[in-house]
Design a protein around this ligand. Structure first.
Ligand code: NZQ
Ligand code: ZN
Length: 386
């Protein structure tokens, strides 16, 4: 196992009817900006719950943060933060609203002229404006990590940012929010969390037994609850396990002491930037080709995954590893998620070259756990995913 440091300062408040307790987490004299998305919280009762909880606080609202939070929209929110002398941000939504809020937390204290530089110049945030979250969609883990991904339509870019100053102060996780989530987003949440675990687990052996078991436990739990939650979003037992898996998949714990990959995410983000494909679906498109291409480097871990997570007992290491990729593809299909780029757009010719060129221009010359996935490899992987 590799050396590591682990600190996650986010306080989680998890369970039924927990939204009311958020008031005590925010100073009484704070100037709060409540941020939300396109309006789902106004239909499912979450808006009222939050407003009621914050009845004693001064609250300004900013709605309309879109899925794949858009820089131009966030710049409007930044103006409100300055004008209204906001000093606490509250994200009420899924990964997009939370990520947008993280960008604002950073941008609010940023001293440069152009906040987009935070993303293009990889400026890490060591101190941001404090913020909390009320999670309405289990998927990204953003509620308990310090990363965010921001989109800029103008330049067709989608870039990551982060830093130790961007952990939420607290996150309220009431699994009852799952009741109103449309099936497309449930499928996305399951696929995204599943891939988060694989990006941190499917690399190579470093003798980190417990991290492997944590990862396998999350994967097995997601596989177990997936059919239940897809059938019935009112199933609280399934919803609560689904939500906890998504948080645990990307709160830093399973990543400690082990190599991680993230190549699937980096390529996937480009499909969202270029075609607007849902984040989770971009991962399902990329992952099978990526693992087939990196088969030699990943086969030991793929075989362990096939054996322990999917119960594959037949064959040698190679056969098991291949079965592991197939099982993953089948899992995406069972969720109702297609795994080829051509399932989402007919305009895919040239995509591989464009992405490879972008990576080269950005200096992303070596993705993956061994930093050996070069732009040329990315081009081949994307072509395999057509
Ligand atoms: O905007 P509203 O009206 O709220 O509707 C949203 C949105 O249309 C809806 N929704 C959310 N909660 C709901 C609900 N509808 C009904 N009932 C509820 N309870 O769902 C739609 C999608 O929401 P979004 O926040 O975009 O989804 P998700 O949580 O999957 O977030 C995706 C974003 O997170 C980024 C992705 O790249 C993408 O931009 N990621 C962030 C990560 C992180 N910070 O750690 C890691 C991930 O890998 C990912 O990259
Ligand atoms: Zn993801």
């Amino acid at each position: 196992m590799r050396n590591f440091e682990f600190q996650n300062p986010t306080k989680l408040i998890f369970g039924k009817d927990t939204t009311a307790s958020l008031a005590k987490e925010i100073d009484n004299d704070a100037n709060v900006l409540m941020l939300y998305g396109g309006g789902s919280i106004k239909k499912n009762g979450v808006y009222e719950q939050v407003k009621e909880a914050l009845a004693g606080h001064k609250v300004v609202e900013f709605g309309g943060i879109e899925a794949n939070p858009e820089y131009a929209t966030l710049m409007k929110a930044l103006k409100v933060i300055k004008e209204e002398k906001i000093d606490f941000l509250l994200a009420v939504g899924g990964g997009s609203v939370i990520d947008g809020t993280k960008f604002l937390s950073s941008a609010a204290l940023y001293e440069g002229d152009e906040p987009w530089d935070i993303l293009t110049k990889h400026i890490r945030t060591f101190e941001g404006m404090p913020f909390g979250t009320v999670l309405t969609l289990p998927a990204t883990g953003s509620e308990m990590n310090s990363g965010a991904v921001i989109t800029r339509a103008e330049t067709q870019e989608k870039l990551p940012m982060g830093g130790p100053g961007l952990f939420p102060k607290f996150s309220v996780l009431d699994p009852q929010v799952v009741r109103s989530i449309p099936s497309r987003q449930i499928q996305n949440g399951l696929a995204d969390a599943f891939t988060h675990v694989l990006e941190q687990y499917l690399t190579y052996h470093v003798g980190a037994f417990l991290q492997d078991r944590f990862a396998e436990g999350i994967l097995q739990t997601l596989i177990e609850v997936a059919p239940r939650i897809m059938k019935d979003t009112e199933d609280y037992e399934a919803a609560s396990n689904f939500m906890w898996c998504c948080t645990m998949a990307l709160n830093g714990l399973i990543q400690k002491g082990v190599p991680s990959d993230w190549g699937v995410h980096m390529i996937g983000h480009e499909f969202t930037a270029m075609f607007g494909i849902d984040h989770a679906r971009t991962l399902a498109i990329t992952l099978p080709s990526y693992y087939e291409y990196k088969f030699e480097a990943k086969k030991e871990k793929l075989a362990q995954y096939a054996e322990r997570v999917w119960g594959v007992t037949e064959g040698d290491t190679e056969a098991k590893a291949k079965a592991g990729i197939k099982k993953t593809k089948d899992f995406f299909h069972d969720l109702g998620i297609e795994t080829k780029l051509s399932n989402y757009t007919s305009d895919y010719e040239g995509t591989a070259e464009t992405i490879a060129k972008r990576f080269a221009e950005r200096g992303w010359l070596g993705l993956g756990e061994r930093q050996d996935v070069k732009p040329d490899d990315v081009e081949k992987i994307v072509k395999m995913a057509y």
